[in-house]
Write a protein that binds this ligand. Structure first.
Ligand code: HEM
Length: 140
């Protein structure tokens, strides 16, 4: 099922990339220190369409193709259970990212630098855990 694995990897690259990019965008764009307030706010307008139209479908595709992979290839193991736990952490980061976008839209003057960077770091931690579990398979 090479095509399914390719779909899985393609979708998760898009999801992981946006889960790092979006909090960083929210944390930095539109801050009062950036030159030109109107210009600086423009990248924030990208956040919601990127989240709704790219990141969320990519997350659903990564999860659906991963589920199809383990059903079709009948893969079971402790690593998979642990991987799914780490994927839940990524899903929680995804929801928090949506909440951060809404907060940024409702209170454009309130910077979210700290929460944005913390969220990107947390997402990176869960991604690293997922990749380590699936590639090294430290538990049978
Ligand atoms: C519900 C979500 C997911 C499920 C059920 C799932 C399940 C699977 C399964 C069964 C495989 C095949 C493993 C093998 O053949 O050894 C696989 C491959 C892979 N998954 Fe996932 N996955 C999910 C989400 C993710 C996420 C979010 C990431 C990355 C952050 C990820 C990264 C990978 C990678 C890199 C591979 C390729 C491993 C290899 O070919 O050796 N998966 N996944």
């Amino acid at each position: 099922m090479l095509w399914l694995l390719s779909l899985h990897i393609g979708a998760l690259i898009a999801w992981c990339g946006l889960l790092l990019y979006l909090p960083a965008l929210l944390a930095t764009a539109g801050n009062p220190t950036t030159d030109g307030a109107a210009l600086a706010r423009e990248p924030i307008a990208l956040a919601r369409p990127l989240f709704n139209q790219v990141a969320t479908p990519a997350a659903l595709l990564a999860i659906a193709s991963g589920t199809a992979l383990f059903l079709v290839e009948q893969i079971v193991g402790t690593w998979l259970i642990m991987k799914l736990t780490a994927v839940s952490g990524m899903a929680a980061c995804h929801v928090l990212c949506g909440a951060l976008i809404m907060r940024r839209e409702r209170q454009p003057a309130a910077p979210v630098t700290g929460p944005g960077l913390a969220l990107a770091a947390l997402a990176a931690f869960f991604m690293a855990a997922v990749l380590w579990l699936v590639l090294a398979k430290p538990f049978a």
